[in-house]
Design a binder for this molecule. Structure first.
Ligand code: FAD
Length: 428
């Protein structure tokens, strides 16, 4: 392994969530020497869907089937929205490259170029999204035709109830019926963890047991939907084999964290990055950044205390918001801890949240983040880029409420692409 402290990188990426990982892929494909740092824990939260743009305006909850029309509307209506900095053709190119990587990495995604697709979630909601793991795709077709469908859960697996899901959707989709599958382990199990369950379903004996438990209930249905726990390393094979045993197409339904589709994505990235010379320091945090007199940036890294320093010509900040650690807050203000960049935020603490938790328009704090120029360089106090060679991507960017707008991973991938492209264009 190379000692990163003795090497000067073209690009140092801080953050290993969706934005950082996508940026590392784009950078490696462009021949940039790249290092990526950050915790991999966020992939456990990633539902596995690639939301591009689904809802606008959030206060009306208007759902869009055409994500490109939605992006145009958002760019027109919301000053400074991150999509305003990326031409549509670049967003399309970003998605194309990203989906191709996943396909090559054995994690095929399905999508329609020009429109969003709908699928059901563990909460019994219908979600509009863009990129969908192939393992979930038959569910899109089943929902679209409202075909008779069995939804099965695993007794003991928390956060996914077939009864609840069917109850919530029965008016819209009368052909749904629910089944709770007893233990595939043969004995009484009170609680099942999704990770070992997903691993076990890669073993033929458990798959056969599962099929036996479901088989008697599938006579009058066309599809079978199960929570997204059908294998970690080779889910497509698990699903095909289950489908053959049941004689019906099987699909996965996004479930609660820890997210198995998120783990599968992580696996695809981890296969690609080291093999393409990206230096991965996933256990390290960046504690401090210092510009050098030569115009580069030195990053002090370590677990909790300074262990090494890394030098790079440019840095991409993709540290997320509060959950990821990219933004900090105290009782009065929101700060960006590594570069101390100005953070767009409500004028005072009282304006962070509305009185009602589920206020349809969302809370002002959910729009907090970094403002950038069109090259995705964070702005300093004077409104100019804080550094010539500092870029930002992902949900740390201001003026977007990704949960309500349904633009989480799509925005991360698109801004990662935009930032890497900007840096490449500046490189001597
Ligand atoms: C429960 C849940 C479900 C989701 N489901 C979906 C979905 O179905 N569809 C969708 O499109 N999106 C979904 N998302 C959103 C999506 O997964 C990503 O969270 C989003 O794209 C943001 O990614 P990000 O890389 O900008 O930030 P994050 O994912 O927050 O990643 C931030 C990264 O920065 C690192 N970091 C922070 N500070 C430092 C530091 N000082 N040094 C080094 N590293 C640092 C963190 O360790 C982390 O690796 C979901 C998110 C959650 C939480």
């Amino acid at each position: 392994m190379i000692d990163a402290s003795n090497q000067k990188f073209d690009l140092a990426i801080i953050g290993a969530g969706m934005a950082g990982m996508a940026a590392a892929v784009f950078a490696a494909k462009r021949g940039l020497t790249t290092v990526i740092m950050g915790s991999l824990a966020e992939s456990w939260f990633t539902g596995g869907l690639i939301d591009l743009m689904g809802v606008h305006p959030v206060e009306s909850g208007k759902s869009w089937q055409d994500p490109w029309a939605a992006i145009d509307a958002v760019v027109r209506d919301i000053f400074g929205h991150p999509y305003a900095h990326i031409p549509s053709e670049d967003i399309k190119a970003a998605l194309q490259e990203f989906y191709a990587l996943l396909n090559d990495g054995g994690r095929p995604y399905r999508f329609e170029d020009e429109r969003n697709s709908n699928l059901i979630t563990a909460f019994g909601a219908i979600k509009t999204t863009h990129g969908i793991p192939q393992t979930m795709w038959p569910g899109v077709q089943a929902l679209s035709s409202k075909a008779p469908c069995l939804i099965a859960d695993f007794k003991g697996l928390k956060g996914f109830s077939a009864d609840l899901l069917v109850e919530r959707l029965k008016t819209e989709w009368p052909g749904l019926k629910a089944l709770s599958v007893p233990s595939i382990y043969g004995d009484q199990v009170h609680e099942i963890n999704p990770v070992p369950l997903a691993r076990d379903l890669e073993i033929a004996q458990y798959r056969q047991k599962l099929a036996e438990l479901i088989k008697a209930h599938v006579k009058d249905v066309e599809y079978v939907g199960l929570p997204a726990v059908l294998g970690i390393h080779r889910p497509d094979q698990v699903i095909d084999e289950l489908g053959e045993l049941l004689g019906k197409p099987v699909f996965e339904i996004p479930a609660m964290p820890p997210s198995i589709p998120g783990m599968r994505l992580k696996e695809a990235f981890l296969r690609f990055l080291p093999a393409n010379n990206v230096h991965c320091l996933f256990q390290k945090q960046v504690l401090k950044a210092t510009p050098t007199s030569e115009g580069e940036i030195t990053l002090d890294t370590g677990r909790t205390e300074h262990e090494n320093s890394i030098k790079a010509y440019a840095v991409l900040l993709s540290t997320g918001r509060f959950l990821g650690g990219g933004l900090h807050s105290d009782h009065t203000t929101v700060t960006e801890p590594i570069f101390d960049l100005p953070v767009f935020q409500p004028e005072n603490r009282e304006l962070w949240h509305c009185d009602r938790l589920f206020e349809p328009s969302g809370h002002a704090i959910n729009l907090a983040g970094l403002e950038t120029d069109d090259m995705l360089r964070p702005l300093g106090t004077g409104g100019q880029p804080a550094f010539e060679n500092l870029f930002a991507a992902g949900i740390i960017l201001a003026h977007q409420d990704w949960t309500r707008m349904k633009c989480g991973s799509g925005l991360s991938v698109a801004t990662a692409y935009g930032a890497v492209k900007s840096f490449s264009s500046l490189r001597p």
